[in-house]
Design a protein around this ligand. Sequence first.
Ligand SMILES: CC(C)(COP(=O)(O)OP(=O)(O)OC[C@H]1O[C@@H](n2cnc3c(N)ncnc32)[C@H](O)[C@@H]1OP(=O)(O)O)[C@@H](O)C(=O)NCCC(=O)NCCS
Length: 165
Amino acid sequence: MLHTTIELRQWRDDDTPAVLAAFQEPDMRAQAPWPVVTLRDAMGWIAAWSGVGHAFAVTLDGQVVGNVAVTDIDVHETGWVSYWTTPEARGRGVAAAATAQLARWAFRERGLFRLELGHRTNNPASCRVATKAGFRPEGIERAKLSHDGVRYDVERHARLATDRP
Ligand SMILES: CC(C)(COP(=O)(O)OP(=O)(O)OC[C@H]1O[C@@H](n2cnc3c(N)ncnc32)[C@H](O)[C@@H]1OP(=O)(O)O)[C@@H](O)C(=O)NCCC(=O)NCCS
């Protein structure tokens, strides 16, 4: 249970070392389109959000501990949500709280109606985050993703602006 303050704010250039550190975790590989192994890669990861949607650094007592983003916003006021947290911050409710905060922002400030996300079925922690943040499961997309030659089923979740919190 979380007893500290989570905030979402814009990513800044001086967050580059925090991003680089976060990407040292092997399970973060799928969270960037290229390997993030240098400060330049990390800077590129921050810059790459420009124009594709809204990404927010998640801070816990002022320290960057994660990312939440809504991208692929379409004409139906639907957006795609993604999230990660740093290993040190995990298991404290950070991802769920930040994702719920992102959803409130996306509905109220950005005027979206439907938020979607997907997690590999072998990622139960992400499933739990989605559920805790109010994203209901909608079904399995078979063999949707391919990583290192292995295909993975993905469970789709979504939250509507009209869903009860
Ligand atoms: C998935 C991830 C975002 C979770 O972040 P987090 O800050 O630990 O999430 P929270 O603390 O809000 O919630 C985690 C929940 O998963 C549960 N959980 C953790 N590992 C689990 C496991 N192996 N099986 C089942 N549940 C698990 C925790 O118990 C917790 O649920 P609870 O609050 O009911 O106890 C984080 O592990 C991460 O960044 N992973 C790498 C990137 C990634 O997978 N992103 C999502 C892609 S879809």
